[in-house]
Ligand binder design. Sequence first.
Ligand code: AMP
Length: 446
Amino acid sequence: MTFATLGLIEPLLRSLETLGYQTPTPVQAQAIPAVLAGRDLMAAAQTGTGKTAGFALPLLQLLAMEGPKVAANSVRALILVPTRELAEQVHEAVRQYAENLPLRTYAVYGGVSINPQMMKLRSGVDLLVATPGRLLDLFRQNALKFNQLQTLVLDEADRMLDLGFSEELANIYKALPKKRQTLLFSATFSDDIRLLAGQMLNDPLSIEVSPRNVAANTVKQWIVTVDKKRKPELFVHLMRKGKWKQVLVFAKTRNGVDALVEKLQGLGINADGIHGDKPQATRQRALDRFKLSEVQILVATDVAARGLDIEDLPLVVNFDLPIVAEDYIHRIGRTGRAGSTGEAISLVCADEVNLLSAIEMLTRQTLKRQNEPDFEPEHRVPDTDASGQVVKKPKKPKKPKASGGGGGKRNLGKWVDSGEAAPAEPSIKPVRKVPVFNTGPRKRKP
Ligand code: AMP
C-alpha cells in the first residue's frame, strides 16, 4: 500500500517524499480514507504510530479541495491539543505536510503574549492548532469566529480531560457549528473519553490499531527497586554504568525536577528541566537543546509526556512512577517510536507499590525487576503482578528459617515481553481499583 493508493493528492505526496515517508502506518492506512470520505473518527493508537499524519494529511487535502476561502478572523479546521509543546510539534508537522499547498496554518497557546496571535488571526487561518484555554480567550476577545469551521480534531483527548480541560472543551463545543466533521484521537480510552466521544461524534468509525492500554512493544521495560532517598544516587550510578547519552527523565513534581537537575548539574552532568512553572520560552529552549543533543539529561514532569517526538530517543527513566497509570504508557512512548527500539527504566520505592501494581494491571504485564547490587532497598517493594495483587509478605518469624542460598531475597517478577499481553479482564477498571488514585481532580499544570 502507498500514500497514493489511499487517495492523497500530488502536493501532499511530494511533501511525504521529502520527509522520507514511504509506507503508511496502520493508523494512517485506516484514518486517511475515512477522513477523506467525511467520516467522524474515534481512534485509539499507540504513541509514535504516526497518528498526526493520520489526521493532518486528509484534513489538509479537504481544506485544499473543498470549502470557501477563509474569511477574516475565521478558522476552517481546528486541532485541539493539551499542551503548548504538543501544539508546536503538531503545527510543525502540519507545516511540513502543507508545504506545497496554498493554505494558512498557525498555532496558538497560552504562556506567551496574546497580541501577536490576535494580529495573525485577523486575516483568517485555514488550519489552527490550539490549546483549549488560549483558544477560548481568543474567541471571547472576538479574535476568532467559528462559522466557517468544517473540522474539529481532538488530539490526546484523554490528556485534555486529565489536565482539567473538560469545562473549556464544553464551552468550545457550544461555540462550534453543529454540522462539522469531528476526529477524536487518544492513545488510551477511559470511560470519560467514551462519554465525550458519545456527545461530540456523529456515527464515528472506530479505529484501534493496537490493543487497548498496552505500551509500545518495541520498548524494553524494567524496574529497579530502591529506597526513596537513594534514588538520585542510583540514577547517577546507572547513568555512569550504562554510559547513557540521551535520557528523558520523568519526576512527579516540579520540585522533584528542580532538585534532580540541581543535583546532576552539581556533579557536572549536562542536565536541564522542564515543568509547568517555567516560562514557555525556557521550556522550548530546553527541549530544542535536548533534541539537538546539547543537553544530555532532560528532566520533566508529565507536561512533557505526551506527544513529544524526539528522534531516536533511546531511553526513558521514570525517576518517580506516575500518579495516573495511563501516563506510564505515554511516558515510555517517547522512546521506541516509528519502529525503532527503546528502553524504559523505572526506579521504584516501597511507597510506590500501588502505582506499580496499577501500571502492571493496565499494561497487562509484570515488569521485570532487576537488582542493582549495593542499592537493594531496606524498605522492600512488595511483589506485584499484572492481576493487581500486591503480595504483602507475612511478618518475619522471630526465628527465621535458614535459607537455602536464596538469601531471603524476594521473588523476581515474571518477565513478560510487552508484546505478549496477558489475557485481558474486560470488566476491570484498573486505575480506579487502586485506592491511591482517589486524589481528586487533577491540576491544570502538572
Ligand atoms: P506521531 O505518532 O504522529 O507523533 O509520529 C511519530 C513519528 O513517526 C514522527 O517522527 C513522524 O514524522 C514519523 N512518521 C509518521 N508517519 C510515518 C510514515 N508513514 N513513515 C515514516 N515515518 C513516519
